[in-house]
Design a protein around this ligand. Structure first.
Ligand code: ZN
Length: 190
């Protein structure tokens, strides 16, 4: 089922996600729906907050983007980033590494708003997958950036919070208009 992606201004986007205790049939259904939704919206990552579930779950699939490379290391060995796609991260813990890099990002909760975001180049990830297994790997490039963006969502942090002041000022009229639109919509639906 395709879910509605909430837009900036919806309070759920600022909520800290709850830890997930176990993989229930309901959670499996939500994961399947999130993949279907992400595909429909042409996204490469979607956090549960964006479909109004404040829990520590995100789905990722970077295979649709071919012009921005990714790196992957599992147990210190280089691996093919597509080998772990589609990727489900439950209760992820991140440790970032490397120099900060600026690169463009968008967000399904901010339609048509794009800007450079500054993030560390690499991220070490510990999480649980959709089968309840522990997974551990290190990612860089687009995948590393996407994971950092999505895991931020799980803590109520948005990409505009990570932009430099100049970029944020430039985009401010756009995202403030979006927040106003979202608030009006929420008032109408009550
Ligand atoms: Zn996002």
């Amino acid at each position: 089922m395709i879910l509605e992606v909430v837009t900036y201004g919806h309070p759920v986007l600022r909520q800290n996600g709850a830890e997930i205790a176990e993989i229930t049939p309901g959670l499996e259904e939500l994961i399947a729906d999130m993949f279907e939704t992400m595909e429909d919206y042409h996204g490469i990552g979607l956090a549960a907050q964006q479909v109004a579930h404040p829990i520590r779950l995100t789905v990722i699939d970077i295979r649709g983007v071919t012009d921005r490379p990714s790196t992957l290391e599992i147990n210190g060995e280089e691996a093919d980033p597509t080998s772990i796609m589609p990727l489900v991260l439950i209760n992820p813990e991140l440790e970032t590494e490397g120099d900060f890099e600026a690169a463009p990002e968008g967000c399904l909760s901010f339609p048509d708003i794009f800007g450079d975001v500054i993030r560390p180049g690499f991220v070490k990830v510990k999480a649980m997958n959709e089968r309840g297994e522990s997974i551990e790997f290190k990612a860089g490039g687009l995948l590393g950036r996407c994971i950092q963006h999505e895991v931020d969502h799980l803590k109520g942090i948005l990409f505009i919070d990570r932009m430099d002041r100049e970029t944020k000022e430039k985009l401010k009229p756009d995202f403030e208009a979006l927040a106003e639109e979202t608030r009006q919509f929420l008032n109408e639906v009550g």
